[in-house]
Structures are given as structure tokens and as C-alpha cells.
Design a binder for this molecule. Sequence first.
Ligand SMILES: C=CC1=C(C)c2cc3[nH]c(cc4nc(cc5[nH]c(cc1n2)c(C)c5CCC(=O)O)C(CCC(=O)O)=C4C)c(C)c3C=C
Ligand SMILES: [Fe+2]
Ligand SMILES: [Fe+2]
Length: 343
Amino acid sequence: MSKGVLLVNLGSPDSTDPKDVKRYLGEFLMDERVIDVPYWARTLLVKGIVLNTRPKQSAAAYQKIWWDEGSPLIVLSERLQSKINENTSIPISLAMRYGTPNIHDGLKGLHDQGVDEVLLFPLYPQFAMATTETILVLAEELRKKYFPEMSFTNVPSFYNHPDYVRTLANSISEYLEGKKFEHLLFSYHGVPERHIRKSDITNSHCKIDGSCCKTPSTAHQFCYRHQCFETTRLVAETLGLKPNTYSVSFQSRLGFDPWLKPYTDRTIERFGKQGMKNLAIVTPAFVSDCLETLEEIAMEGQEIFHEVGGDQFHVVPCLNDREEWVKVLSRWIDEWAFQTVEA
Ligand SMILES: C=CC1=C(C)c2cc3[nH]c(cc4nc(cc5[nH]c(cc1n2)c(C)c5CCC(=O)O)C(CCC(=O)O)=C4C)c(C)c3C=C
Ligand SMILES: [Fe+2]
Ligand SMILES: [Fe+2]
């Protein structure tokens, strides 16, 4: 058996041309685990409405953050892959759930190197149906169809793993060292509330109220909301943050259904209106900076804060390819690859 790793991130359009953005959004939003309504309704909504208006708007947003080398999310994921490669002898491939490089080609690349045992590594700390689950489902479909001799091991969500929590806490304290801020906002990508109920394996635990996510349950293995709260609690504990100096919010909602609350944009606005002058934000649902951190938070969020009287607005960068993170990931990979099964 020969082992290899497939790192998987979300993906980006190939360019900021509205045609490429449309193609990418079409693939992304037609995923039944992202817009989880019946096929006919998804087609009507996505192809009939969203794809006629959103690509132009999204393309303009991508233009503001695009780098000479390409999409920040992809460039940063490639840098991470290449640094992990320097730290381990195991073949490491990189794929995106949507757009390119795709999961089929990532698996083929490993297959062509003789790999038949793959560690599937979704680059998301917290589990969500729209991220981790859709990657695992598609990879399994591709395996059955094209690579039946391969076997997979899935990396579980690592929202509470001490190595991840420590690395995130270190990156926050390092970035905010010497900076003035009254509050640290943990802003996570949102999901529709319905997604939380759908992922509830007990069918009865998640009520999205004040207490369910804090009451122990087997549902939490797949509860995005619980996992966001846990990452926050553990990082705050590690940093020694006092109660009321930090909080959680959810960003990037789409459509008219209720998404997880409180919403980040409204929270930033409320803070400013209450007289807060200096705010720091961290975005732990993303391991790589992307449109949602560089544009929605660092540009739009800052604008909202300034409009309501705020002053300093500090956005902590994602873990990206920071050395401590590369070492943690390389160690996790080596631990999997070189584990010896006790007789
Ligand atoms: C934790 C990660 C993410 C979850 C959960 C998620 C859910 C989700 N997203 C949309 C709709 C859009 N997301 C968009 C961009 C985007 N989303 C994530 C991550 C999660 N999405 C990332 C990393 C990015 C940025 C990609 C990049 O290229 O930098 C977009 C496109 C941009 C835009 O028009 O705003 C859309 C649309 C839904 C519906 C959803 C459902 C649960
Ligand atoms: Fe819950
Ligand atoms: Fe998203």
C-alpha cells in the first residue's frame, strides 16, 4: 500500500471575468448540499435568478482582491501544499471542491504516483454539509467510478483539536500584539439554520436556541454551530479573554431564509453605534484568506464600522501558510502515514 494526501479547499473562479465567475457560481450553487432544495427549485433559483445578477456583482468583488498570481484562496492553498511537501515525504495533492484544480484530477495525480491509500483532508476546521460533507460525498463517488482500488481515510473536523486551537490563538495574539481593541469578534461563515437541523443525527437536539449547542450531544459531531462556539470558547480560554470582550457572529448570508445569527455586518454596525472605537475580527471558519475575509470583512466590514463612528478595525489574517500551521499539518499527516498497527 502506498499513501498520499488530498488537501481540499472550496475553490474560486478561474479569473475575475464575469463569465468565469458565472461558471464557478453555477457549479457551486447547484450543489444540493449548498442550496439544499429540490432540483427543480434549485434550478429555478440558481439558473433563473442568481446567475443572472450575482456573477457581475461577485466579479467586481473578486477584482478588488485578486492577486497577480491569481485567486488568493488558491494561491494560499498552493503555498500551504508546497510547504507541507517540504516537510513530509508523503505525496500531497491539492484540489478544489468547485472549479480547478478539481478533485478528480487531484486523485488521478495521486493514482499516477502509485498511491492507493488516500488521506482526504477537507481544509475546514468546523464540519458543514456545504463544505466537509460535499467534499467527502463527491470524492467517494469519484473513487467508486474511477479509482475503485483506492481506499480513503477522512480527516475529521478539527475545530477543537489542541494543535489547531493553539496555532489559531498564537496567530491572533501575534497579530494583535501592541494593537488597541475593545472587543474580538469571531466571525464564521454562515449557513441557513435549516442546514443545522438537517445535519442533526439525533433529529431532535438542534433547536438553534441559546442552550442546545452548549448541552452535550452526539449531534455535535456534525453541528457547525456547536463547533463554531467550541472553537471560540477554546481560543478565548487559551488567550485568557475576559467574558464580554469577545463574541461570535456569522457572515456571508445569501437569500431570504434565516441563517445563523447574529449576522456579522449588523453586529459591526451595532458595535459602532454603541460607541465602540476599536474592534478586532478573526475568521476561524477559513484556513486561507479569500473573498469572504479580504473583501467582505476587511473592506466592507471596515466601511460599515467607519460609517457608524468606529476607528481602528483589525482583521487577523487566516492561518494561510504560517510556519506553525504547516508544522502542525505535516505532523498530523506523518502521524497518519507512519502509524504502526499494534499486533
Ligand atoms: C465554512 C466555509 C463555508 C461555508 C459553510 C459556506 C456556505 C455557503 N456559501 C454560500 C454562498 C457563497 N459563498 C461564496 C464564497 C465563499 N464561501 C466560502 C466558504 C464557505 N461557504 C469561501 C471560502 C468563499 C470564498 C471563495 C473565494 O474564491 O475566495 C460565494 C461566492 C462569492 C459571492 O458571490 O459572495 C457564494 C455565492 C452558500 C449559499 C452557502 C450555504 C451553506
Ligand atoms: Fe445546537
Ligand atoms: Fe460561502
